[in-house]
Design a protein around this ligand. Sequence first.
Ligand code: BGC
Length: 513
Amino acid sequence: MATDVPVPTPASTPPGDGPLASTPLASTPLASTPPAAAPPGDPRRHPMTRTLVAVGIVIMLAGVLFGYDQGVISGALDGIKKDFNVSTFLLEVITSWVTLGAMGGALVAGALADRLGRRLTILLASVLFTAGALIEAFAPGSFVLVVGRLVVGFGVGVASVAAPLYAAEMAPARLRGRFVSLYQLAITIGIFVAYLVDYVLSHSSSWRAMLGVSAVPAILLIVAMWPLSDSPRWYVKAGRRQDAERALARIQGTDDVGAEVDTIQASIDDDARSAATWGTVFAVEWRRPLLIGVMLAVLQQLTGINAIIYYANQIFAAAGFTSPDSQSLATLWAVGAVNVVATFVAVAWVDRFGRKPLLFIGTTGMGLSLVVVGAMFLKLSKVTPGSTATGATTGEGLITLVALVVFIACFAFSLGPIVWTIINEIFPSHVRGKAVAVATAANWFAAWLVAQFFLTLVDLISTTGVFWVFAAFCAVTFWFVRRYVPETKGKSLEQIQTMWGDPAALAAAMETE
Ligand code: BGC
């Protein structure tokens, strides 16, 4: 596979030009006018051109698309269960196979983006996504519905790699971090919008409309992408220098781009000389960052976030929220809105306080709130596939609601965004593409495991048991971060790269907390 960048974040960033390593995401001004004579490479040279705004919209739409599909299923399950009379296992399949499709999509997206270009790949993903949403909406039975879920997932997976990659290659360095964090924010906004649609449609239990609506952001993405060109970096790679110059001129709002295209050419030549094979990715030298990337990706899921995102209505039903209305409202505000707001906090704080302190506070809060939720479920009824409440809301039900708010907030300012930040900054540039792909695939696999087996596990070890297992994984995450993850705040990508081979530097970074 000719993939140099099969990942959902800016893995192809030129060396030393790290998108996330030290970019204070919140402190980067979006709009500033460049002085007339700023030299190439000068950050003041890049105004917020129309093209850049359009690229921002593309990345937002791709994130919303991803998030919408994560969130929407929570409100749709009840109607699907009634219409198709499906088993718990099949409901879990309908929920989780988007994730499986996304894993497949992400794995081939790098090769597609290299061969077809970033623009065509994003268009292809949007078409796939629209088709999948329509298959879901008109599915005559559960088999076709599952096929629709897989197709949608595949589209989401491809878009989630190609769109941030495209944005990272289009944005000037000073805006790159912000563009990437926009993506995480857009995912949470997508989840919120999905919950809102679920709430509005909850009376008629129109699950077909809930799923079909997801064609809207996909079509908007086609409209937003259509007039844009491919990235200068891809044009240079494809030997189309003139197109590269034209694209860069549009991004920067100036024709004086020759030197910058030369720089891109040199960095691509460099990459080609040191291009990593899969063997290099798994070499002893990079074992530690690979272990950190994969473990954080997996632990982000095993601490339970998507069990709650996907099965929120069912959890609130078990907690005594009797009407579909009250379940959807709890899901909308306690999970959806809190997730968006707390993600803003991460964007503002991650570069000020560093990754590790936020991870420690976040996993502690997540773990404690899960212990509380588990304890409440000793009294409450079991979480089941249907969202018919078995009792009225009690004190335990309300405490569960509050504890879930704390859990979501703690996730959203810690494990949610920071795992992606770390995964994208710990690998040297020549292995970054493939290594981030491995970590991403591991993340989706773990997400699939949780979504697929959550209800089954509840049957096996009780709701309390499952929440306490998630809590135990929070403790494992805390221990793992303490034991293995160095602080990367304020370090350049080069410093991080050399740190892995320099025990003294690594020890110093381990002590920074
Ligand atoms: C995770 C997703 C999750 C989302 C929730 C992301 O960081 O990777 O699996 O659904 O956060 O906001």
